[in-house]
Design a protein around this ligand. Structure first.
Ligand code: NDP
Length: 452
C-alpha cells in the first residue's frame, strides 16, 4: 500500500520534533502537525520560560548577598513588562529554530490540529487526510484544575503565568509538586507575597524526606507562607482578586491564585476510539517498552504516555522509537536512574532511590551532611545545603544521591553518571575532593549517619 508519509507525527514538542527530524534525516518521508506553537510545553510554556524566570528571580537574593559582601547595591523594583517582552522575544526565536530544524531536515510541517482516523490515516483541521505507514502521537499534557464545588477557573494554571500583564502583589499557589514549589520560589524572588497550600503533610511527595524537609524549611525561612495540611475550601471573585477560604479556617484575599495540581495527557478528541489504542489512568496512552500501542502502526512518546514526564525522557523515547522502527534495531527506553532537578531556591538535584524507598528494599547506610555553605555563612546567613548518599549495605553500591543546594541541578547531572554506572561508595571516596566546594562532601563522608 502507498502512503503519503512513512511517518506522521502528531505534536511538535521536544519528543515529536526530535523523532521527526531524526527519522527524516535517515531518509524517511515525514509529516508533523502541531496545533499550537512549535516547541511544545518545554520550550513555549514550561522548562525554558520557567528557567528564565528562575534566573530573573534569583537576583534578589544575589543582590542582597552582594551588599553584605561589600558592594553598594541599589535595588529597584522588578520590571515585569521589560522581562516578559524579552522573554516573548526569546520564545519566538526558539520557536523559529524548531521550525527551521524541521524544515532543514525535510519534515513537512502542518500548523494544524490532527486527529487519528484509522491505523494509517490522520485528519487535519481543514478536513484534509494524510496517510502514513506509522503514526507517532507526541501530544504531551496540559495543566489541570481539580473538580471542586467552587469555580476553579478563577485561578490560573502554569500556562497562564507567562502571559500575565503585570506581576501581582500577592499570590496563592495550590499544590506541593514540582510546579507549585518552583513557582512559589520564583514569585517570591520577584517580590510577590507568596502563600502555598499543600494538602499533604510535606511538599514534594515522593522525593527523599530529608531533602524535601530542608527545601520546605528554606522556603519558609525566605518568607514564603508555606501551609501544609491545607487546601482551598472556597474561592470567590472579589475586588482586587480572589477571596479564598482555607481548610485551616483562615480567609484571605489574593490578587492571583495558581493551581499547580498536576497535569493530564492530551488524548481528548484525538480520535483514538477509531483505533486499537488503549488509554490507562488519567487518559494516558498505554505503550510497551518500545513505545508501541496496541495498534501496531501507532506509537506514542512523552507526557501523553505518562511514564516519566521530563523533556529529556521524551527525547530519548523519540530517538528509541526511530531506532526501533526505522533502523531495524529494537531499542527499549531505559527509564531507570533518571536524574532530575526541582528548580526551587535552593534547588533539589536527585537521582536514584530515596532513603525511604531504599530502606524498604533492603539494608542501607545513609551518608548525609547538612551545613551552611561558605558563601552564605561568611555573611551570617542561615541557608543550609544537603549532600546525601543512600548506599546498599550489602554491595556498597550508591543507590541514590540527593542534593539540596544552589546549582544542585548542575551537580546531579554529574553525580548521575556515577550512580548510573553503579559506582560504589568506595569508588566515590577514591575521587579526590575539589576544594573548597559544597559537592566535595559527596566524596568525603567517612561514616554513615545511620543505617536503615
Ligand atoms: P505533580 O504531580 O508533581 O504535583 C501535583 C501536586 O498537586 C501534588 O502536590 C498533589 O498533591 C497536588 N494536588 C493534586 N490534586 C490536588 C487537589 N485536588 N487539591 C489540592 N492539591 C492537589 O504535578 P506538577 O503539576 O507540579 O508537575 C507535573 C509534572 O511535570 C511533574 O511530575 C514533572 O514530571 C513535570 N515537571 C518537571 C519539572 C522539572 O523537571 N524541573 C518542572 C515542572 C514540571 P499530592 O502530593 O497529595 O498528590
Amino acid at each position: 500500500m502507498e502512503f503519503d508519509f512513512d511517518l506522521f507525527v502528531i505534536g511538535g514538542g521536544s519528543g515529536g520534533v526530535r523523532a521527526a527530524r531524526v527519522a527524516a534525516g535517515g531518509g524517511a518521508k515525514v509529516g508533523l502537525a502541531e496545533e499550537s506553537r512549535m516547541g511544545g510545553t518545554c520550550v513555549i510554556r514550561g522548562c525554558v520560560p520557567k528557567k528564565l524566570m528562575v534566573f530573573a528571580s534569583s537576583y534578589t537574593g544575589a543582590m542582597s548577598e552582594a551588599e553584605d559582601y561589600g558592594w553598594e547595591v541599589s535595588m529597584g523594583d522588578f520590571d515585569w513588562t521589560k522581562f516578559s517582552t524579552r522573554l516573548n522575544g526569546e520564545l519566538d526565536r526558539l520557536e523559529g529554530i524548531y521550525q527551521n530544524l524541521l524544515k532543514n531536515s525535510g519534515v513537512e510541517a502542518f500548523l494544524s490540529r490532527a486527529t487519528v482516523v484509522d491505523a494509517h490515516t490522520v485528519a487535519l483541521a481543514d478536513g484534509t487526510k494524510k496517510t502514513a505507514k506509522h503514526i507517532l502521537i507526541a501530544t504531551g499534557g496540559r495543566p489541570v484544575r481539580p473538580n471542586e464545588s467552587f469555580d476553579t477557573n478563577l485561578a490560573m494554571v502554569s500556562d497562564d503565568i507567562f502571559h500575565m500583564d503585570a506581576l501581582p502583589k500577592s499570590m496563592l499557589i495550590v499544590g506541593g509538586g514540582f510546579i507549585a514549589c518552583e513557582f512559589a520560589c520564583i514569585m517570591h524572588g520577584l517580590g510577590v507575597d507568596v502563600t502555598l497550600f499543600y494538602r499533604g503533610d510535606q511538599i514534594l511527595r515522593g522525593f527523599d524526606d530529608e531533602a524535601r524537609g530542608l527545601i520546605a524549611d528554606m522556603m519558609k525561612a525566605r518568607g514564603i507562607d508555606l501551609r501544609v495540611g491545607t487546601n482551598v475550601e472556597d474561592m470567590q471573585k472579589a475586588d482586587g482578586g480572589v477571596q479564598v477560604k482555607a481548610t485551616d479556617g483562615t480567609e484571605a484575599l489574593f490578587e492571583k491564585v495558581l493551581y499547580a495540581t498536576g497535569r493530564a495527557p492530551n488524548t481528548d478528541g484525538l480520535g483514538l476510539e477509531n483505533v486499537d489504542v488503549e488509554l490507562g489512568r488519567g487518559g494516558a496512552i498505554t505503550v510497551d517498552e518500545y513505545s508501541q500501542t496496541g495498534q501496531p502502526s501507532i506509537y506514542a512518546i512523552g507526557d501523553v504516555t505518562n511514564r516519566v514526564n521530563l523533556t529529556p525522557v521524551a527525547i530519548r523515547e523519540g530517538m528509541a522509537f526511530v531506532e526501533t522502527v526505522f533502523n531495524g534495531n529494537p531499542t527499549p527506553v531505559d527509564h531507570d536512574l533518571i536524574p532530575a532537578a526541582v528548580f526551587t531556591q535552593p534547588e533539589l538535584g536527585t537521582v536514584g532511590m530515596s532513603e525511604e524507598e531504599a530502606s524498604k528494599a533492603g539494608p542501607v547506610d545513609i551518608y548525609s551532611t547538612s551545613f551552611k555553605p561558605m558563601q552564605q555563612s561568611f555573611i551570617g546567613r542561615e541557608d543550609r545545603v544537603l549532600m546525601k548518599l543512600v548506599v546498599c549495605k550489602n554491595t556498597d553500591v550508591v543507590l541514590g544521591c540527593h542534593i539540596v543546594a544552589p546549582a544542585a541541578g548542575e551537580m546531579i547531572q554529574l553525580a548521575g553518571i556515577a550512580v548510573k554506572m553503579k559506582a560504589t561508595k568506595a569508588q566515590f571516596d577514591q575521587v579526590c575532593a575539589v576544594h573548597p566546594t559544597m559537592s566535595e562532601e559527596l566524596v568525603t563522608m567517612k561514616a554513615p549517619v545511620r543505617s536503615a
